[in-house]
Design a protein around this ligand. Structure first.
Ligand code: SF4
Length: 161
């Protein structure tokens, strides 16, 4: 869940994620990977397996595990030095795909939370996400919606409301 979630919100190519799972896990069979990674994890099957993308911020990881207790990052921060990368990517993901997700009623509450973030703070979050991505991701085959090394596919910091 943690790996799939981060790949989803960071905007990594779903096919590359599936290829990685294939090579990393001995039980990474095709029939498992396509449903669990492409469908459930990456929401890259057109919504056949899941009715919404299973995207989560650090809040979820903090609730479900004790990982955050010893972490350098803060699961509560989304800007600044200690901003957790899961938070940066999560809000950036929602902003990046706002137009695609706004008609999905299961995303309404989540998108309302996004709309409440002040434009300046959202711009900071998105800048942090682009910086983190630039420093860590190198994809040879990015999908059209995959953020590029120059920032997100929509580089204009903006309010979504
Ligand atoms: S605070 Fe650390 S352990 Fe918790 S979700 Fe963020 S990176 Fe992971």
């Amino acid at each position: 869940m943690v790996l799939n979630n981060f790949a989803l919100i960071a905007g990594i190519s779903p096919q590359e994620v599936q290829d990685w799972f294939h090579t990393a896990f001995i039980d990474g069979y095709d029939w498992v990977m396509q449903a669990n990674v492409i469908g459930m994890g990456q929401y890259a099957d057109g919504g056949m397996m899941a009715s919404k993308p299973y995207a989560a911020s650090a809040n979820y990881i903090n609730k479900m595990s004790d990982y955050c207790k010893r972490c350098t990052y803060s699961p509560r921060s989304r800007t600044g030095e200690t901003a957790c990368p899961f938070n940066l990517m999560y809000w950036d993901f929602l902003a990046r795909h706002y137009e695609k997700l706004k008609n999905n009623h299961r995303m309404s509450q989540i998108l309302r939370n996004l709309e409440r973030i002040p434009a300046e703070e959202l711009a900071q979050i998105r800048k942090g996400a682009a910086q983190w991505r630039n420093e860590h991701l190198h994809s040879e085959h990015p999908l059209p919606s995959t953020p590029t090394e120059h920032g997100s596919s929509d580089p204009t910091p903006q309010s979504v409301s």
